[in-house]
Design a protein around this ligand. Structure first.
Ligand code: SR1
Ligand code: MG
Length: 408
């Protein structure tokens, strides 16, 4: 049983009214709507609107995983990790994350900016929408945090304090189990269509994949390079565009409760995999131009990541030892590691517990090929990552495999 009260649509107005930091931003006495809008796997999320059109989002961490219920306990301290990472990241890129109005550590509630004029990017991609600039914005975000929260920009004492404060073992264990172990060593949470059972069996019997997942898991658990988002898939990104253009005027990363000091390439690889999953949907629907557009997002994010990191590089704290040869090696290493993490995410979103709507909402006859394609891409990436590991090559591999595997 939780020792704190959960928010409900009934008690939310009273909660806002009780908090001076909130009741100047919205009229709690004249709310016209309060809706629970959470569609993620973990938390409660409410959106409140008042009669003047002002809105506010309140998110509450439950002491368990919402997706499964009380049988899977989960620390609600994840809300603190989310708030603190948003604040650290906003210090570097203020426009790319939501504004936080209040954090209530007793009830694990975050009150933040209403983003209801934005849309979850995954949903927009599922409809084939373009949202230009979103991939580059997220590349810039990843480049900013790769530099700004790392040893390149922070003095030793501040960095050590940040690493200690952001230890997030319970959430990291979810990632370690679900993303790296369970796709290849089932713990009873995996599921696929009957037609994909041989594909899942081939995946877990693949020694190259097994070795790669061991390597990825070890990197994840040992490479405390930067305060990463930790779950940067397209469902953790909100996008907005004006009515007369697809060029985004706002892009926000949210839901960073998995944040911790981890490998920079993890966020990059997760995002790349989700672009490939969006492309798998498009191929399944025989919308090949749209698929090519989804795969083009890989290079857009990578180029912006690299440009932002290079832009900040002259400000590194110790240029005596961190020279330009080291920079080239570092960027190349991150490029290669992103393939490893992308492979892990492709596999887990296909066979594991938290799947994606991109593929899950396809009719079974199309889903079969999309799922097979995602697994085959994963296995191809880990085989080719030691060679040309450019974004263009990743897109090429994904295009040919997904097209070949599509069904019906
Ligand atoms: C039990 S949590 C399952 C997944 O949901 C989150 O969005 C993360 O991706 C996590 O792995
Ligand atoms: Mg999430």
């Amino acid at each position: 049983m939780a020792d704190y009260e959960f928010l409900t649509t009934e008690n939310l107005a009273g909660y806002i009214a009780s908090k001076p930091e909130l009741n100047s931003r919205i009229n709690a006495g004249a709310l016209v709507s309060v809706n629970e809008i959470g569609d993620g796997n973990l938390n409660l999320v409410f959106l409140a609107k008042d009669a003047e059109g002002r809105g506010m989002c309140l998110k509450q961490a439950l002491p368990y995983v919402r997706m499964t219920g009380e049988g899977w306990p989960m620390t609600p301290d994840r809300a603190r990790h989310e708030v603190e990472s948003i604040q650290a990241h906003r210090a570097l890129e203020p426009t790319l994350l939501p504004e936080i109005y209040l954090f209530d550590p007793g009830r694990h509630i975050i009150a933040m900016e209403d983003l209801s004029d934005h849309e979850v990017w995954r949903k927009a991609l599922n409809r084939g929408e373009k949202h230009e600039g979103a991939a580059a914005a997220m590349g810039r975000y990843m480049g900013a945090l790769a530099f700004g929260t790392s040893t390149f920009a922070m003095d030793r004492e501040a960095l050590s304090e940040a690493i200690a404060r952001t230890q997030n073992p319970q959430l990291c264990v979810i990632t370690e189990d679900l993303i790296f172990t369970e796709p290849v060593v089932s713990a009873g949470r995996n599921s696929v269509l009957p037609a994909n059972e041989p594909d899942a069996a081939d995946l877990s019997a693949d020694p190259v994949m097994m070795r790669a997942m061991g390597q990825a898991k070890w990197y994840f658990m040992t490479h405390a390079e930067a305060l990463i988002h930790g779950d940067l898939h397209t469902g953790s990104i909100m996008v907005r565009h004006p009515s007369d253009t697809w060029v985004c005027d706002s892009v926000k990363a949210f839901d960073s409760e998995f944040a911790f000091y981890g490998p920079v390439a993890f966020d990059i690889g997760i995002l790349f995999a989700n672009y490939i999953i969006a492309a798998a949907r498009a191929y399944a629907l025989r919308e090949d131009d749209r698929a090519a557009r989804c795969l083009g997002l890989i290079a857009q994010s990578w180029d912006a990541f690299e440009a932002e990191f290079r832009r900040r590089w002259p400000g590194r704290l110790d240029p005596r030892v961190w020279g330009d040869v080291f920079l080239e090696e570092l960027i190349d290493r991150w490029g290669k590691e992103s393939w490893l993490f992308a492979a892990a995410e492709l596999a887990r979103r296909t066979v594991g517990a938290a799947k994606t709507s991109d593929v899950q909402t396809l009719p079974d006859n199309l889903r079969e090929g999309a799922a097979r394609g995602d697994l085959q891409v994963a296995r191809q990436l880990v085989r080719e990552m030691d060679g040309d590991h450019s974004p263009a090559r990743m897109a090429q591999i994904a295009a040919s495999v997904l097209e070949r595997c599509r069904t019906a």
